[in-house]
Design a binder for this molecule. Structure first.
Ligand SMILES: Cc1cc2nc3c(=O)[nH]c(=O)nc-3n(C[C@H](O)[C@H](O)[C@H](O)COP(=O)(O)O)c2cc1C
Length: 340
C-alpha cells in the first residue's frame, strides 16, 4: 500500500513523524524510530532565551537575559534546566544527522526577530535538512495589539527564510485573533510547512504549597478535533504543506488528520507512552484500514474531508455549533427536557 506523501518538499514514504521533544535525544532511540518507520525526525527545540543567555555570558554581560525582566526573571530557567546548550545542540544535531537516513528537522523556539535567529544558519551547517520554527507566545501584554504580535512573527519567518536554504516549517498555536487571516499572512512569507498546533502548557494551582503547578500531561485523542477543524479550513487554501501535532494516538486519528488535509502526522505523547515501535504498529493499522475501505493509497483520501472537498463545508463552522447545542436536550442525559 502506498502511504507516500510530500512534506516540506521531501518525498516521504509515509506521513508518520516523531514530533519535537525528547525522543531524538538518544541516538539508539533515533535509530529505533527510523527502523520502526519514522519518515523524518524532529528534534527538541533550542530556545531563544538559551541563546540570549549564552551570548550574555560570552560577552561578559553580568545581567543575563532572564534577569532583565526584573521580578519575573527569577522564574527564568537556569542554563542547567535545558537538556542541551546551544553548542551541544548543534553537536547532537550533527550526530543525529549521521545516525539516520531520513530527513532531520531541527527546531528553534522563540518570539522575536533578531540575532538569535542566526542559529538557523548554524543548524543548517550542522546538517539539518529542515527547520521547524516554534513561535509559542502568550499574549499577556495588554498594551500590545494582535497585529503587532503577528507582524513580529511574520518578520521572524522572513528573517529565517532569507538566511538559510533548507525548508522552514512554522509551528503555531491556535490562539490568534483571526487565525485564517494570520495563517494566510504567514503563508505569504513563504514557509514550506505549517504545523498545527502547539500544545499550550496550562497552569494548575497547588493549594497547599501555594505554587503554580509545573506538570506536563501527555495528550490524548480529545485534543485532535481542534487541529482537524483548522487543517480542514486551511487545506488546499495555503501553499505550505500541513503537519498535525497534538492528540494523534490511534489509526483513526491518523486517518482523520489526512482526510482533513495533513501531509505529515507528528506524534510525541503516543510514542512516549508506547515506545518507538508503535510507529510500525500504526503503519500496519493504516494499511489495514485503507485496504478494508478499498483505498488505493493514502494520498487518494488526503484532503477529502477538507472544507473545499467535503460534502458539508459549513460543518466546520457555526452551523454545526448551533446544531450540536440544539440537539442536546433530545439526546442527552436529560432526554426530553428542554433546558431554558
Ligand atoms: C516532553 C515533551 C517535550 C516537548 N518538547 C518540545 C520542544 O522542545 N519543542 C517543541 O516545539 N515542542 C515540544 N513538545 C511538544 C510536542 O512536539 C507536540 O507538539 C505536543 O506534545 C503535541 O503532540 P502530542 O499530542 O503528539 O504529544 C514537547 C512535548 C513533550 C510531551
Amino acid at each position: 500500500m502506498d502511504l507516500s506523501t510530500t512534506y516540506l518538499g521531501f518525498e516521504l514514504p509515509s506521513p508518520l513523524i516523531p514530533g519535537a521533544g525528547p525522543l531524538a535525544d538518544d541516538l539508539d532511540t533515533v535509530r529505533r524510530l527510523e527502523d520502526a518507520g519514522a519518515a523524518a525526525i524532529v528534534m527538541r527545540s533550542l530556545f531563544e532565551e538559551q541563546i540570549a543567555l549564552e551570548e550574555a555570558t560570552t560577552f561578559g554581560v553580568t545581567e543575563a537575559h532572564g534577569n532583565s525582566h526584573g521580578e519575573a526573571g527569577s522564574y527564568f530557567p537556569s542554563p542547567d534546566a535545558f537538556a542541551l546548550g546551544p553548542d551541544e545542540y548543534l553537536e547532537h544535531l550533527h550526530r543525529v544527522r549521521k545516525a539516520v537516513r531520513v530527513p532531520v528537522i531541527a527546531s528553534l523556539n522563540g518570539v522575536t526577530p533578531g540575532g538569535w535567529l542566526r542559529y538557523a544558519r548554524l543548524m543548517e551547517e550542522a546538517g539539518a535538512d529542515a527547520l521547524e520554527l516554534n513561535v509559542y507566545a502568550l499574549a499577556t501584554d495588554p498594551t500590545e495589539d494582535a497585529r503587532t504580535i503577528e507582524d513580529r512573527t511574520v518578520e521572524m519567518v522572513r528573517e529565517v527564510r532569507s538566511g538559510i536554504r533548507i525548508p522552514v516549517a512554522v509551528k503555531l498555536s491556535p490562539f490568534y485573533t483571526s487565525f485564517a487571516n494570520f495563517a494566510h499572512r504567514l503563508d505569504e512569507a513563504g514557509p514550506a510547512g505549517l504545523v498545527l498546533f502547539n500544545r499550550f502548557w496550562q497552569p494548575g494551582i497547588d493549594v497547599e504549597e501555594l505554587e503554580v503547578r509545573r506538570e506536563l500531561h501527555l495528550s490524548d485523542s480529545s485534543e485532535l478535533p481542534l487541529r482537524l477543524r483548522w487543517l480542514a479550513i486551511l487545506s488546499g487554501d495555503v501553499r505550505a504543506t500541513l503537519a498535525v501535532t497534538g492528540g494523534v494516538h490511534t489509526v483513526l486519528d491518523v486517518i482523520q488528520s489526512v482526510m482533513a488535509g495533513a501531509h505529515a502526522v507528528q506524534m510525541v505523547s503516543a510514542l512516549l507512552h508506547h515506545g518507538p515501535d508503535y510507529l510500525a504498529v500504526l503503519r500496519r493499522e493504516i494499511v489495514q484500514w485503507l485496504e478494508d475501505h478499498e483505498y488505493g493509497s493514502l494520498g487518494e483520501m488526503r484532503g477529502s474531508m477538507s472544507m473545499r472537498s467535503c460534502p458539508d463545508p459549513q460543518a466546520y463552522e457555526r452551523a454545526n455549533y448551533m446544531l450540536m447545542l440544539q440537539s442536546w436536550s433530545a439526546t442527552g442525559p436529560f432526554a426530553g427536557r428542554r433546558l431554558r
